[in-house]
Write a protein that binds this ligand. Structure first.
Ligand code: FE
Ligand code: FE
Ligand code: ZN
Length: 285
């Protein structure tokens, strides 16, 4: 018998598809998981022109969200964006996609865009941070009705934004820091070397010291295929990795994460079961 109170205020959902009917498809998938939030990509990670956002059945989708108490979805920016790139054409592409995505997400009326800070591809972290700041300053006017959330990364490749300090430095140097938030990712944080299994409180304390907890806008909830501190980014299904179900359950129910959208990005096909497990719900047919 699930304790009804234990899940009070917990927002948990998954990375869902907008294939065919757009927002409506994402919401129907979320309803099928009995989840109360979700994440989407509004454009293909393979590039090409974005599908017009007017074709996403926004109003029907929003109405279904309302009926089912689904709130505060997150939009993940395309993986192809790299504002840290030393290549002018890649940086310019990133700037234009971010600008366009802010308009698209504003049209949908959602509050959070999550983006990877970028990869320096050999130029080093200091260079990369400067480029990212330049990109954000080119795009952000301060009038955006949403937060651009920088995701904490796993330390793989030449990624930037692995440590909370790197994220803090980017935010400190942008012209409109009030438009920036942070998205943590359990797989990334654990792989990078934050021991969220044994001391999630310590991690949040550190987050508060370095960034301020009011910057924490969303969380990605993933198990990890690799050991602590491995600096590898491979997500595992919940309970099948090195983080484990117990730790992820504690994180999902942490008082500081109440009201913050928490999103599964685990290998597809098990979202409903994983959400049930995390919330301690009895699986139904
Ligand atoms: Fe991500
Ligand atoms: Fe993530
Ligand atoms: Zn990842």
């Amino acid at each position: 018998m699930p304790d009804l109170d234990q899940n009070e205020g917990v927002l948990l959902g998954a990375n869902v598809s907008v294939a065919k009917t757009g927002l409506l498809a994402a919401v129907e998938e979320t309803i099928a998981y009995d989840a109360n939030t979700f994440m989407i990509y509004t454009r293909s990670n393979r590039g090409g022109k974005a599908r017009p956002i007017e074709d996403f059945n926004r109003d029907a989708g929003l109405a279904r969200m309302d009926e089912h108490g689904i709130v505060d979805p997150v939009v993940h920016l395309s993986y192809l964006v790299n504002l840290a790139s030393p290549k002018a054409d890649i940086w310019t592409y990133g700037v234009s996609v971010l600008k366009e995505e802010i308009e698209r997400v504003s049209y949908l009326g959602f509050r959070y865009i999550v983006m990877h800070p970028g990869s320096h591809v050999g130029e080093g972290v200091d260079y990369a941070i400067g480029r990212i700041v330049e990109g954000l300053n080119t795009v952000l006017t301060g009038d955006e009705p949403l937060w651009v959330c920088l995701e904490t990364m796993a330390g793989d490749g030449s990624k930037v934004g692995n440590s909370l300090e790197e994220i803090a430095e980017i935010i400190a140097r942008v012209d409109h820091p009030d438009k920036l938030g942070v998205c943590i990712d359990t797989c990334h944080n654990y792989s990078f070397g934050y021991d969220i299994v044994n001391d999630f409180d310590g991690f949040l304390q550190k987050f508060d010291d370095v960034l301020g907890l009011d910057r924490l806008k969303c969380a990605h909830i993933n198990d990890s295929k690799n050991p602590f501190g491995s600096r590898k980014d491979r997500h595992a299904n919940i309970g099948e990795g090195t983080i484990g179900l117990d730790a992820l359950r504690r994180i999902v129910h942490h008082p500081q994460l109440r009201g913050i959208p928490q999103i599964l990005e685990t290998p597809a096909g098990q979202y409903r079961d994983e959400i049930n497990q995390l919330l301690g719900r009895t699986p139904s047919a």
